[in-house]
Design a protein around this ligand. Structure first.
Ligand code: TYD
Length: 210
């Protein structure tokens, strides 16, 4: 089972994943779960090095190269961590996966959602998440949260309003396209309300597995 978490920066996604981790530790069989993230990957040195390259504010990377670097890191992530874990009957939870590329590079950078999607599916042999939690939020609310939390901005966080609005539009398009896979969470709500909704949906998936 492979579950991913998606949304723009400031959507509260990472905080919610931390809470979910805590819940799993206290209530479920911890050994059954693997937590990872993109760009990069849990304990994957090469992928984490690509992460540094991608997020460093001092680097200038054109859009196509940026998309290919995310994909290069993802290819290793899938082959070396995600697929072996699934084979071992683990439930893999990833903070971001290929929908981030569809939305940020396909939509935000205007490379084309379908183009980025097709390339990813080809390179990854049509491998896909089973479920994707999408933290839906508007640009203004996300910006306010980032300012309030004083988040250290990385290379992508510095992008402009149009970039993020296009990214949100792409995510919304994907949520429509993949209705069975996407679980849309209203991330404008209070963090506790958001977490409870995620937990409710997460439990449905886990119960379905048992
Ligand atoms: P990170 O610090 O992990 O941000 P967050 O906490 O918001 O997940 O930085 C990841 C950044 O990389 C984020 O701005 C989204 C971007 N990104 C892409 O543009 N394309 C991708 O394929 C992925 C995985 C991430």
């Amino acid at each position: 089972m492979f579950i991913t978490f998606e949304g723009i920066d400031g959507s509260g996604k990472s905080t919610c994943i931390e809470k979910l981790k805590h819940f799993i530790k206290n209530n479920l069989d911890w050994e059954k779960f693997v937590f990872t993230r993109e760009p990069g990957g849990y304990n994957l040195k090469e992928c984490e090095e690509i992460r540094k390259l991608l997020l460093n504010k001092e680097n200038h990377i054109d859009s196509m190269t940026e998309m290919l670097l995310y994909l290069a890191s993802r290819k290793m992530h899938v082959d070396q961590l995600i697929k072996p874990a699934i084979k071992n009957c683990k439930i893999v939870l990833s903070d971001r996966f290929f929908d981030s590329s569809f939305a940020y590079q396909g939509g935000g950078r205007k490379l084309g959602i379908d183009f980025v999607e097709q390339l990813n599916l080809k390179i990854l042999d049509n491998f896909m998440p089973d479920f994707t939690f999408y933290f839906a939020i508007d640009f203004e609310t996300a910006q306010k949260r980032m300012k309030k939390n004083n988040k250290n901005l990385d290379r992508l966080d510095q992008e402009n309003e149009i970039f993020f609005k296009n990214t949100i539009e792409a995510y919304d398009y994907l949520a429509q396209k993949y209705q069975k896979r996407y679980i849309v969470i209203d991330a404008t709500k209070d963090p506790d309300v958001v977490f409870n909704k995620v937990l409710e949906e997460f439990k449905k998936i886990i119960n379905f597995l048992c």
